[in-house]
Ligand binder design. Structure first.
Ligand code: GLV
Length: 316
């Protein structure tokens, strides 16, 4: 196993360094500051500045401290020939599932309506809608989306998965966009026979997924459907979402991610009565599980194994 220097760039880099030192024999694990001079062989990073890659052209691998690689791919200095490995689930799916279940319960059990009624001192119980009568769509069937789709199916929801290429998942009706039998997102979400009540967005941020949740799609969805977005804000045209909520084309939205973060103080989303906002907090990266996965990937690099990094073509 060849000796390699591992450098970590993150706002809480020391924590990650410690977790990696506990798991790896190597003691050559250091914090990489924005202006750090040390050169590394393996970089462990989250949304680093371009200048960092300008100094590191010859690294063996770049390990992303998150599931989404959008900020890395947007970095103009990212060395395109170096494998980029992202975290796959690493404990994030379980946090994400909590968040999605909360959103589904909130709307399915009418907590949004009861909040309005409470402000009016109005006593009126609603009929309970069971999970089996609450079809949901999970957009994006990557390491996280797949687990969410299967877990919701096990909870009793009729689940429709949507992804670029065809998938097969236990208990989930899978729809795909490309290739034989492919249908567009709008065609699937607007398919009246599905009677969708909720759309859960877990698509990655790529050129293909930008603005896909737009006026046309909101108009095609049933009017009592809700949007739950713990994935990426780039998929949603926020102006169109607001307009759809105003026109009662959508019942509500639970949003964790936005086109621009932090969400601007003057965004009308903050005060909208049908919107619940959380600050990109649905699924923080759990250090211990993520460090296990990073250590495993670092060992692969040290052994000189060939690595399956993310696809630059697809952007995830
Ligand atoms: C968080 O947004 C992540 O990509 O892990």
């Amino acid at each position: 196993m060849s000796h390699m220097r591992i450098l970590v760039h993150h706002e809480r880099a020391e924590r990650w360094c410690e977790a990696l030192r506990e798991r790896l024999d190597s003691s050559d694990i250091e914090i990489l500051a924005d202006d750090g001079e040390t050169l590394g062989d393996i970089l462990v990073v989250w949304a680093p500045p371009a200048a960092l890659f300008e100094r590191h052209r010859d690294v063996k691998a770049i390990l992303n401290l998150g599931a989404g690689v959008d900020s890395l791919l947007a970095n103009p200095a990212l060395p395109r020939e170096v494998p980029v490995l992202k975290l796959r689930d690493a404990g994030m799916a379980s946090h994400m599932l909590d968040y999605v279940r909360y959103g589904l319960l909130h709307f399915r059990r009418d907590f949004d309506r009861y909040a309005v009624q409470q402000s009016e001192r109005h006593w009126a119980p609603h009929r309970v809608v069971r999970a089996r009568h609450y079809p949901v769509a999970v957009l994006g069937l990557g390491a996280i989306g797949r687990q969410i789709a299967e877990a919701l199916a096990a909870d009793g929801y009729p689940v429709h998965g949507f992804s670029r290429s065809a998938h097969t998942l236990e208990g989930v009706t899978c729809h795909h966009e490309q290739g034989e039998g492919g249908r567009s997102l709008k065609a699937v979400l607007g398919d009246e026979t599905l009677g969708l009540k909720a759309v859960i967005n877990l698509l990655p941020n790529t050129t293909a997924t930008r603005d896909v949740l737009n006026a046309e799609v909101f108009a095609a969805l049933p009017d009592d459907a809700v949007l739950i977005n713990p994935g990426r804000g780039s998929s949603v045209v926020e102006e169109d979402l607001l307009a759809a909520l105003e026109k009662d084309q959508l019942r509500g939205a639970l949003l964790d991610v936005f086109q621009h973060e932090p969400l601007a103080g003057d965004s009308p989303l903050w005060q909208h009565p049908k919107v619940i906002i959380t600050p990109h907090a649905a699924a923080p990266t759990p250090v211990s599980e993520a460090a296990d996965q990073l250590a495993e990937n670092i060992r692969r690099v040290q052994r000189g194994e060939s690595l399956t990094g993310i696809s630059l073509e697809h952007g995830y």
